[in-house]
Design a protein around this ligand. Structure first.
Ligand code: ASP
Length: 345
């Protein structure tokens, strides 16, 4: 049960949950936070001390940007010692990116940061937003022996709580919009909220919150497909100023063995650009060397990204490059588990 005195701060960034339909164009646009909470009288019945901050101009999450993540982290930092937990209302489209980024930017958390939103605006009678928001608040407030039960960045959506940096948005229509393909749910909400205590992140005791607000987005993405041309591959790998490439490969990390392809990758790595191999599969992991079609990648220094999601891979790279890491140190930290994002075998 939620502790009676728990304090929760809601940060409203935008997203469908707080949108209304423009009567002229029919488009969904964000509206202000007071109108949103006015739609949920149930919030007044909570034995939780609720406060809120809203972005001056709420956004559709397709306009999310690393600068906004920094703004969010600063809001959390300012309020960190004043509340027991945070709920971030956010559009579902890029929610997994934001949750992944925050998990690297806010380390050693001892309280929950729960992102939620909805597929239907809160003003619509069949909205999924009310349940999502009410349960997210309850999770953010829940303590056991004066300690927050959840101590990490997570996403609550349609009765499930997930580790944020393990999630992907996989359905644009269903209420059940998120999946955590390589990590179990942290909790399930039914009559009770059942926490999966084995799966919850256990921060090292005694460590205090560390905040990182430098992110570097000099990253290119090379998504392979049968028949990808040399010209396209070169134009991506030779992009001026890039420090890292995420290569989305087939199956367990496999790629074409054509000589020109391996040569282009090798030249890129020799220029000091890190190449991180993640799989196009939704579930499972990259194991370089399992097939002949990935052995060469390993030999030339492509880094295996294990079971990282794309969202976790890109934000982990932004964070590590933002720390100024290069070469061996960057390679080492990419392969380490920092915030529960990676299964290290
Ligand atoms: N386009 C919306 C957004 O991500 C979708 C949503 O909120 O679910 O902001």
């Amino acid at each position: 049960m939620a502790n009676k005195k728990s304090k929760v701060l809601i940060i409203y960034t935008g997203g469908t949950i707080g949108m209304i339909q423009d009567p002229h164009t029919g488009e969904l646009k964000p509206f202000d936070f007071n109108t949103l909470t006015g739609q949920i009288p149930e919030l007044k019945k909570f034995d939780i001390d609720l406060s809120s901050i809203s972005f001056k101009k709420p956004i559709d999450s397709s306009n999310m940007h690393p600068d906004v993540w920094i703004e969010l982290v600063n809001m959390i930092k300012t309020n960190y010692n004043k509340v027991d937990g945070f709920v971030i209302l956010h559009g579902s489209d890029t929610m997994s990116y934001t949750a992944s980024a925050l998990s690297f930017m806010l380390q050693n958390l001892n309280k929950p940061i729960v992102l939620t939103g909805s597929q239907l605006p809160i003003g619509i009678i069949r909205t999924d937003g009310k349940e999502n928001l009410i349960t997210a608040i309850e999770i953010a407030a829940t303590k056991h022996k004066e300690q927050s039960v959840v101590k990490e960045v997570c996403i609550y959506f349609e009765y499930k709580l997930y580790r944020g940096n393990r999630t992907i948005k996989y359905n644009s229509q269903h209420f059940d919009a998120f999946k955590s393909p390589n990590y179990p749910a942290l909790a399930e909400a039914g009559i009770n909220i059942d926490y999966n205590s084995h799966a919850l992140f256990k921060p090292e005791p005694g460590k205090t919150l560390v905040i990182h607000t430098k992110l570097d987005n000099d990253i290119a993405v090379l998504k392979l497909f049968p028949g990808i041309s040399k010209k396209i591959t070169q134009s991506i790998l030779q992009t001026k100023g890039i420090k890292a490439v995420i290569m989305e490969t087939f199956g367990a990390g496999n790629a074409t063995t054509q000589a020109w392809f391996i040569e282009e990758l090798q030249k890129t790595i020799e220029r000091g650009v890190v190449v991180l191999n993640i799989t196009q599969c939704l579930e499972g992991e990259v194991v370089q060397g399992k097939y002949e079609t990935s052995s060469q990648l390993k030999r030339i220094g492509v880094i295996g990204g294990g079971d990282l999601t794309f969202e976790a891979a890109i934000t982990k790279l932004m964070y590590l490059l933002g720390k100024g890491l290069k070469g061996k140190q960057l390679t080492k930290e990419l392969q380490q588990n920092i915030a529960g994002e990676l299964t290290v075998n």
